[in-house]
Design a protein around this ligand. Structure first.
Ligand code: ATP
Length: 473
């Protein structure tokens, strides 16, 4: 299974999607850069999310809040006191692990082997210990089960300690004036502190939502599995403000809407599942994840949480500024309840890549291609004159000019046409458009379709409409 992830990682690197950050210095753990096709794919995913939120819903508007926020924000949100992971170090390898993940991975092994009872027992015990904040108990569980370090193979563990995931830095130039601020670990708080600004200035009436896309930072201890868990990543979050008492109904509606969105993007139903949280965070009265079947198993892609009035109420307490909304329909002031949908752009990117990565083996040949929904494919069409002579390049460039203002187009006239098709398959371009001598006579071209490799002859005048139709969402 991890062989598949390996193939995807090397494909992503070799074909310009994702590179390790500062690779010439051997990279920086859990930080990645997006290449020429990666940035297009990621932008397309973000744009699609943004448009779904802000355009197809008439009661959602966007904002773009700063990464730095007043430090009290993170007191109010609970992050300073409780945004922690329990960690444990192996004394022999000096490697640090998340204690809960060590146990979960150990339990997952039993599940894979068919011993579901044992797996459930372990996760239940772990949940109980974490709930009771019994770190010594977690350590004893790890030792009693004989869970070993994957590097050293020993179970020579330190105590379990809490580790805050927020990155901090100093603002102010002189030591005495400086104060510690955090890089936001989630984008949501930028929305909460702006709730009244947006409600008043955009003249919103409850129920309404605020959407945001932006960077978030977490000092993750388990930094593995490629871009699944990063230290710098991007979130796409939407907070939907509702009248108290209606939140569970909205929660269901949003869970359904988000699931439909994933299906519309081409993710097969059997690869997605909803996972209800049995154990709720202190601020939530309902929560679920949408999980995707990654090469390393079903894992969270998106969270849908009913956050009650926890955040706004807490900001009201800390800031001493009322965070209430006057609802003319019921003639009452109240602090709205919040349903949030939260998805990582990078995690959605990984889902998309895993889902698109296709290796086909027929008797004659094998073919690898990325089967992206055309709406998110980094390049929509490649214009390929079959030779560099006879005015075909000029004709090809005319076609590029017809399309380039609306679509991301590639032009290529070197190498054999077969090689160029292969290259486009590897970056997931849905349409290859071959320009040949007949084109000069009758203004038709050959479209070669990525998924079927079938070819058809169409008029140049039809190209724009064809691509527009296929790439709409
Ligand atoms: P996990 O349990 O995987 O750490 P979480 O429950 O802490 O995730 P949330 O705080 O709910 O995650 O964040 C919402 C979304 O942000 C997640 O569903 C995921 O898509 C994304 N996300 C969170 N942490 C990371 C990370 N370190 N790297 C990439 N994406 C992340």
């Amino acid at each position: 299974e991890n062989a598949q992830l390996k193939d995807i990682i090397s494909h992503a690197k070799e074909y310009g999607f994702v590179y390790p950050s500062s690779e010439i210095y051997d990279g920086l753990q859990a930080v990645y850069d997006y290449g020429a096709y990666g940035v297009e794919l990621k932008n397309n995913l973000k744009r699609l999310w943004w448009e779904t939120m802000t355009r197809t819903q008439d009661n959602i508007v966007g904002i773009d809040a700063a990464i730095f926020m007043h430090p009290t924000t993170w007191k109010a949100s609970g992050h300073v006191d409780s945004f922690n992971d329990p960690m444990i170090d192996n004394k022999d390898s000096k490697k640090r692990y998340r204690a809960d993940v060590l146990v979960e991975e150990y339990a997952a092994k039993f599940e894979r082997e068919g011993n579901v009872g044992k797996a459930n027992e372990l996760t239940a015990t772990l949940a109980k210990l974490l709930d009771a904040e019994d770190l010594e108990g977690v350590k004893q569980l790890i030792i009693n089960e004989g869970i070993t370090c994957p590097i050293s193979g020993t179970s020579n563990w330190t105590d379990v300690r809490q580790f805050n995931l927020m990155f901090s830095t100093q603002v102010g130039s002189v030591a005495e004036d400086s104060s510690t601020i955090y890089l936001r670990p989630e984008t949501a708080q930028g929305i909460f502190v702006n709730f009244l600004n947006v409600q008043k200035t955009a003249r919103m009436k409850v129920p309404f939502g605020i959407a945001q896309i932006g960077k978030a930072f977490r000092n993750e201890i388990v930094a593995r599995q490629f871009i699944f868990r990063m230290r710098e990543f991007e979130q796409m979050e939407m907070q939907f403000f509702v009248r108290p008492g209606t939140e569970l109904d909205w929660y269901q509606q949003w869970a359904d809407m988000r699931m439909k969105w994933h299906l519309a993007l081409g993710t097969p139903e059997e690869k997605l599942r909803k996972h209800n949280h049995e154990k709720l965070a202190h601020y939530a009265n309902a929560a679920m994840d949408i999980e995707y079947d990654f090469p390393f198993g079903f894992k969270e892609v998106e969270g849908i949480h009913s956050r009650t009035d926890f955040d706004l109420k807490s900001h009201q307490e800390y800031s001493k500024k009322k965070q209430q909304y006057f609802d003319p329909e019921v003639n009452k002031n109240y602090i709205p309840y919040v349903i949030e949908t939260s998805i990582g752009a990078d995690r959605l990117f990984l889902l998309t890549l895993c889902n698109a990565f296709t290796e086909e083996q027929t008797e004659e040949k094998s073919r690898t291609y990325l089967k992206f929904h055309p709406a998110i494919a980094p390049v929509k069409a490649a214009i390929l004159p079959i030779t560099k002579k006879d005015g075909l390049p000029e004709k090809g460039k005319e076609i590029v000019d017809l399309l380039k203002y609306d679509f991301n187009i590639i032009y290529e006239d070197a190498a054999s046409i077969g090689k160029r098709y292969t290259r486009q398959d590897l970056i997931g371009t849905p349409f290859c458009i071959a320009v040949d001598h007949q084109t000069l006579e009758d203004n038709t071209v050959t479209i070669r379709h990525r998924d079927t490799t079938e070819q058809e002859r169409v008029a140049i005048s039809e190209l724009h409409g064809r691509i527009a139709e296929a790439t709409s969402f």
